[in-house]
Design a protein around this ligand. Structure first.
Ligand code: NDP
Ligand code: BG6
Length: 485
């Protein structure tokens, strides 16, 4: 089944950092796919910006190379590619300086949506906003897309919000968390709020616990300098895992619209208890047979930064009091897999008597790979010989269910989010107060480690993380789900 495509209005999108890793791997290939799907109109323009002096033709070659490297061969088409490259332009600007802005300004057209993607280093987000304003390039309908990390702590996030607020209305600011653009993450809302089946059970009375796992098999891969200042808590928990937790725990918004959804997510973040130091485990990967240790990749032989974190989180409100949320994420783990598992409580009374091999119902939402849902239910084991129970999965792969043999055409998170920017839909973007609330919860945890000189526990690459993370569950008589493909 080919996804239904509604074209967006023509736009001028300026990609600051247009030659960088993110632009080459995600933004430009994603735009190409939207173009080839018929969603990006041919009258649109993508203007790459970086410091390097280049002609338009040079930059088109950069874009063509990115398409060659990051777009699947079956999605490529020479004629479409040529038409797409016609939409590409380039201007050299040092966003920290004043040269080049008038050339950029001259390229911008009236009567189309203007969007500015901040895909430069986070230290340049503020200066970039200043310059856009000073050179009067962003009109009152313009949108600015701000990459992560949005601050490094509450104070820096507040300062950045204040800078943006000086020049733009909140409805012009699109703070990216690419997890919100993943198909299955949005499906979480569909599963919860478009079915009557789950919502009545979606509370502490019926849910025993929730596990959120985002496991990666890769290391820090050339991003060691950034990562060593961030660690798993800032890089993944404060944003991606927090967003997943919010979507699982939030109350039904009155409508699927930006502020209604974001109000409910904010209430969840505000309801989080401070994390106890004995309910958090940090890890750091050792060297493997063929892979370097974290410290080597990070370039700091004494680094105390965590490449793994597991924590138990309590949402103190009427719906969730008493149901723990266990979160974990890490690099160089056994497999790349992300999932949310909701484990329900046992029925109040078993009519089948003691000793039956009863297992809890578990709803697993697989984010990646193999997006889908799986519900473990109990049935009678077939055959004579009395009533014996057996667990079976009700398994649904979204690609198979929606796509038949070819699989569904599921857009990548970035391409979906960029189209939302052009449409002016902020539902899948973080609001300023949400980001600040997430930092307000994260900051004391990190400060606690720093005060105590906390040392992450080593773990083997290809494992499920450090031993103590298992204990975090065992002492609650629970177990982590296996990390596997
Ligand atoms: P890169 O270092 O690969 O690219 C940086 C880009 O910015 C280059 O195009 C560079 O070109 C340009 N640039 C640097 N300084 C200036 C300047 N003063 N004026 C104008 N352009 C400048 O970074 P990434 O692409 O990896 O990251 C970009 C942003 O995206 C960062 O904020 C990062 O945190 C975020 N991000 C990246 C992810 C990734 O996977 N790469 C994932 C999530 C977020 P030139 O040197 O020619 O100026
Ligand atoms: C990024 C983090 O935001 O998300 C990276 O900075 C991480 O460290 C990445 O690898 C994971 O994203 P995905 O989409 O591959 O799960």
């Amino acid at each position: 089944m080919v996804a239904r495509v509604i074209p967006v209005d023509p736009f001028d999108l300026v990609v600051f950092g247009g030659t960088g890793d993110l632009a080459r791997r995600k933004i430009l290939p994603g735009l190409y796919r939207r173009f080839s799907a018929g969603q990006m109109p041919r009258e649109s323009r993508i203007i790459g910006v970086a410091r390097k002096a280049m002609t338009r033709e040079d930059y088109r070659a950069v874009v063509a190379e990115a398409i060659g490297e990051f777009v699947a061969p079956e999605r490529r088409d020479g004629e479409v590619e040529r038409a797409f490259l016609d939409c590409i332009d380039y201007v050299a600007v040092d966003v920290g300086g004043d040269a080049g802005w008038s050339e950029l300004s001259a390229l911008m057209r009236e009567g189309v949506v203007r969007a500015f993607y901040f895909s430069v280093g986070p230290g340049l987000f503020g200066p970039l906003a200043d310059r856009l304003h000073a050179h009067a390039i962003a009109d009152t309908d313009a949108r600015v897309v701000v990459e992560k990390p949005f601050g490094n702590d509450l104070a820096s996030a507040r300062a950045l919000n204040a800078t943006l607020a000086a020049y733009f209305r909140e409805d012009q600011v699109y703070r990216i968390d690419h997890y919100l653009g993943k198909e299955t993450v949005q499906n979480l809302m569909a599963v919860r709020f478009a079915n009557i089946l789950f919502e009545p059970l979606w509370n502490a009375q019926f849910v025993d616990h929730v596990q959120i796992t985002v496991a990666e098999s890769v290391g820090v891969n050339g991003r060691g300098e950034y990562y060593d200042r961030a660690g798993a808590m800032r890089d993944m928990v404060q944003n991606h895992l927090m967003q997943l937790l919010c979507l699982i725990a939030m109350e039904p918004p009155f409508r699927f619209e930006p502020d209604a959804v974001r109000d409910e997510k904010l209430k969840v973040i505000r309801a989080l208890d401070p994390v106890r130091s004995d309910e958090i485990v940090r890890g750091q990967y050792r060297a493997g047979a063929t892979t370097p240790a974290y410290r080597e990749e990070a370039g700091d032989p004494d680094s105390l930064t965590e490449s793994y974190i597991a924590l138990k989180v309590h949402v103190s409100n009427w719906r969730w009091k008493g149901t723990p949320f266990y979160l974990r994420t890490g690099k160089r783990l056994r497999a790349r897999t992300s999932e949310i598992a909701v484990t329900f409580k046992e029925p109040p009374h078993s009519i089948f008597g003691e000793g039956e091999s009863w297992k809890e119902n578990v709803l697993v939402i697989r984010l990646q790979p193999n997006e889908g849902m799986n519900l473990r239910v109990m049935i009678k084991e077939p055959g004579p010989g009395g009533m014996r129970l057996k667990e079976v999965p009700l398994d649904m792969s979204f690609a198979e269910a929606l796509g038949g043999e070819g699989g569904a055409d599921i857009p990548d998170a970035y391409e979906r989010l960029i189209m939302d920017v052009i449409r002016g839909n902020q539902t899948l973007f973080m609001r300023g107060d949400e980001v600040e609330a997430a930092w307000a919860w994260t900051d004391p945890v990190i400060a606690g480690w720093e005060e105590r000189g906390d040392r992450p526990q080593p773990y083997d690459p290809g494992s499920s993380g450090p031993e103590d993370a298992l204990m975090l569950m065992h002492r609650d008589a629970r177990r982590w789900r296996e990390i596997r493909d």
